[in-house]
Design a protein around this ligand. Sequence first.
Ligand SMILES: [Zn+2]
Length: 262
Amino acid sequence: MTSGTLSPGRLPASARLLLFRQDQLLLNGGELFWPAPAAGPLLGEDTHLLPVAKDCFAADLTGEDEKESRSLRSLLFSESDSELELLSRASQLVHWRRTHRFCGLCGESTRPGENDRVLECIACGHQFFPRINPCVIVLVTRGEEILLARSARYRSGFYSCLAGFIEIGETPEQTLSREVREEVGVEVGNIRYVQSQSWPFPSQLMLGFLADYRSGEIVPEPGEIEDARWFPVSDLPAVPSSTISVAGKLIEGYVRSRKEHL
Ligand SMILES: [Zn+2]
């Protein structure tokens, strides 16, 4: 996939576009995708088109208008997996472009590279590649019980898995042990990777694990964890959807495996 050097004037007629303004997706009469002819008038000559997939481009528009718009989060439940994948990729590319307009070394402007998906400083040539922030998310289990917590910062109302960003120099397994210890004061072992998920808020890669409880009593970290407790798999609180979140998939998968076990 090449970079976004394509100008609006050279847009293929078959192209479809996802148009963003700030963190909102502009709708085309209720539709997510804009055919090239309809999108054309909204694009400036200097608008960068970011290739998302074959014949699919994203653009970040400036200025104001009255067009109907939606947040990406509000679309999570209403779109198909393949459309969500495009939306997620487009949103992350637009975020990367928007947050790397200037060089962090010399302060000059950046522009898309010729051959790779990269932004290059026009003065010193430093290259900025798209950034992904890796996180671990873990379901801690103790036989028929699972450890779920409610965040003090994001009041979703759900109890969910513990999660945290991987710090520089850490392996995912080290992050996992550290986060569980910091957030609930518990030690874990037998860490197993299960599955991952790209999460575009703004650009996380969530690595989902299971881990067995080893020792310690739950002590929620003040300011981070509002409440954390062991729940029997037969009596769970409201948890995130397994349709859209790796947390929901970890919980659902473990609960199913225990029920099969009985
Ligand atoms: Zn520079």
